[in-house]
Design a protein around this ligand. Structure first.
Ligand SMILES: [Zn+2]
Length: 431
């Protein structure tokens, strides 16, 4: 029966036949409580993936993110990279998934680490973000290898750590070692949960910084003898309200960011601390004029903006206050910066996955940009590899929520799209 099928149907059929496998794989992955922080159960989870792929002929390497934030003997940052070389040389397609998940949190109606299957869904922390995507990429690769055993090139599958905390012990570490660069790798697909009909081309940029205003301590009954750092910060926030936020709001981008509200520049004030800490509760505060006040800002910027200008905008407001406001002084510290990135729509990996989406759903994909960053930043910044997208099953809004789930149909469909993508990238779409 199978022999009568023409090529693409054969490939799709081979994925379909792995429906139970993708479900079971996802359940097993969820049962490793790879919660980050602190980075629980990374090693057994990586070894499970490694063992699984080794059984299918992959060569497997484990690379610890030594020296990365959080890496200790108790919580080693264990990454796994598996590679299967085809019979003749050719390009390499790499599927990268993070194995870490955020804490379960409150509000679950079922066990977040049991891998419960109900109504065609697998439930659990990390089901959609992104153990379901990892499982999809594995069955896509296995189905492709089974139907096209003579394929040229190579397939790599990695399970990496710490994406939820910046990816420094994971993709960044591996990218520094050359694992995400040519000629080792040519095309990268990151199966983050973005919906099976969407291709995510990249993300906006990020700048985190801490601003501190300075004052002078004095007795609270005689504030005129000191200088209140909190009032100075109030002036900073007022200037942000009056000029910065409206200006950011007006900056639009050609990047197709979803949700649409993020199709412009944004800034969040993450935290503010000034004066005595909250620790005194339920007692009374000591009457002091605070000499320090700090805010952390989270500025998300666009392809159209330069990081120097993004910083300059804030610094010029602070400098103006320094000129105009009596005794105003400040300091600003960079905490993190990431450039925005957007893969071209005619890049090979985009076109290959688009072909899969069109074959399966008979429609053009939606091309989107993520409002926040993910590991693609390290592939671009450190690996200098720009043929990279995020494509995977699952609904992004469910990520990090109670009762997170991934649809089994969605995983199978996404795996079919990935298998067709592999055929385009490695065999030029041959039948
Ligand atoms: Zn994720």
């Amino acid at each position: 029966m199978q022999d009568r099928l023409s090529f693409p149907e054969k490939l799709l059929e081979a994925v379909e036949a792995r429906r139970d496998e993708v479900t079971e794989l996802t359940r097993e992955l969820i049962r490793f409580p790879t919660v980050n922080p602190p980075g629980e159960a990374y090693t057994p989870c990586a070894e499970f993936i490694g063992d699984y792929l080794k059984r299918h002929g992959f060569g497997v390497e484990y690379i610890r993110g030594e020296g990365a934030p959080g890496d200790t003997d108790l919580y080693p940052r264990t990454n796994v990279i598996a590679r299967f070389d085809g019979r003749v040389p050719g390009p390499t397609v790499h599927f990268n998934s993070h194995i870490d998940v955020v804490e379960a949190g409150e509000g679950w109606t079922l066990d977040p680490f049991a891998g419960v299957v109900k109504n065609g869904r697998v439930y659990g922390r990390g089901a959609c973000d992104m153990k379901g995507g990892l499982a999809s990429s594995i069955v896509a690769a296995l189905a492709f290898m089974q139907v096209c055993p003579d394929f040229p090139g190579a397939i790599e599958i990695s399970g990496t750590v710490d994406e939820e905390s910046g990816g420094f012990g994971g993709v960044a570490h591996l990218a520094k070692l050359g694992y995400f660069s040519k000629p080792k790798v040519d095309h990268v697909i990151i199966p983050e949960p973005l919906n099976k009909e969407r291709i995510c081309l990249g993300h906006r940029g990020v700048w985190w910084a801490e601003i501190e205003t300075r004052g002078e301590m004095a007795h609270g009954s005689m504030p005129f003898l000191g200088d209140c750092a909190v009032r100075h910060m109030g002036a900073v926030l007022q200037a942000f309200e009056d000029e910065l936020f409206p200006a950011l709001d007006a900056k639009r981008t050609v990047m197709p960011v979803v949700p649409e509200g993020a199709r412009r520049s944004t800034m969040n004030i993450n935290s503010i601390h000034g004066g005595q800490t909250d620790d005194f509760r339920p007692g009374l505060p000591s009457p002091n004029v605070p000499d320090r006040c700090r805010v952390t800002i989270d500025r998300r910027f666009l392809l159209e903006e330069k990081i120097e200008d993004v910083k300059g905008e804030i610094v010029s407001i602070l400098d103006r206050l320094k000129r105009d406001r009596n005794r105003f002084d400040y300091e600003i510290r960079d905490l993190m910066e990431v450039q925005p990135t957007m893969t071209e729509r005619d890049a090979p990996v985009v076109k290959a996955v688009a072909q899969g989406i069109m074959a399966l759903f008979d429609r053009e994909p939606d091309y989107v940009i993520s409002p926040g960053t993910y590991d693609q930043k390290h592939v671009a910044r450190l690996g200098h590899l720009y043929d990279c997208i995020a494509y995977g099953p699952g609904i992004l809004d469910l990520a990090h929520r109670p009762d997170e789930w991934v649809g089994i149909d969605d995983m199978v469909d996404a795996a079919k799209v990935m298998a067709i993508g592999l055929n385009v990238l490695l065999r030029g779409g041959a039948r």
